[in-house]
Ligand binder design. Sequence first.
Ligand code: SAM
Length: 268
Amino acid sequence: MIFAKKSLGQNFLKDKSALDAIIEAGKISNEDIILEIGPGEGALTSLLLAKAGKVIAVEKDDRLIPILKEKFSKEIGSGKLELIHEDILNTQIKNLNLEKGEYKIIANIPYYITGELTRIFLESDFYPNTIVFLVQKEVAERIIDEKGSILSVSIKAYGTPEYIKTVKAGSFVPAPNVDSAILAIYDISKKQFETAQITEKDFFTVVKTGFAHKRKILSSNLKELFDPDKIETTWTELNIDKNERAEQITIEKWFEITKKLICGNITV
Ligand code: SAM
């Protein structure tokens, strides 16, 4: 086993039941193409290869590449595993030859890149149909909450998050400071934007402005961008309490609010 680098978020998953739960949450068929980010020493990769049609694994750590090449020489030779030595945050998704809605991301990634990676892949033109990630337990709980944070709203705008299972800190080597959870995001698409006929850019402008100042109520935050009368009319039409805060708004309401407010009314 290699010396784990903290800077690369290396906490290797050793618990077989957790690894099996990740695979099960992926609902993998032998036709599936899986993108695994951070294969590490290949614990999850082996299980993915046993179920999927093809696995593309992107690993940043130089030291792990020869280990993975040796461990999976047969699968790399047959083309079943494509091993890419890169930083996923610098990878051009379009160069991975993945088709929109036609692949799954299943990975145990470093926690500090969860938010950024989720955003990059959900917003991409080449988005996956499913994501299964390990995240900090509290983050997973906040994401599946009916209302919540910017991350939660952003995820629900594209798909359906599901809390699969808690994974105790002791399941990893080295053990992180907090417990984790397997989080799945199913049915990823841009359908909600198409149905509401609003752009992702407009939607996130409203959401980010709405969450901008934690202490303020939602309407006060939105006054930075929209006419107060328009906000008041919208609140009446959508039956929203005037003291409502951003974290109390459901995903359906965010789409309705954006649609009503955005009609030519951004003042900046
Ligand atoms: N999948 C393995 C497991 O479950 O045991 C390793 C998980 S470990 C939490 C995270 C892995 O992601 C490490 O192998 C690390 O080197 C890799 N990694 C970290 N940052 C990365 C990045 N930006 N791009 C690609 N891989 C990265």
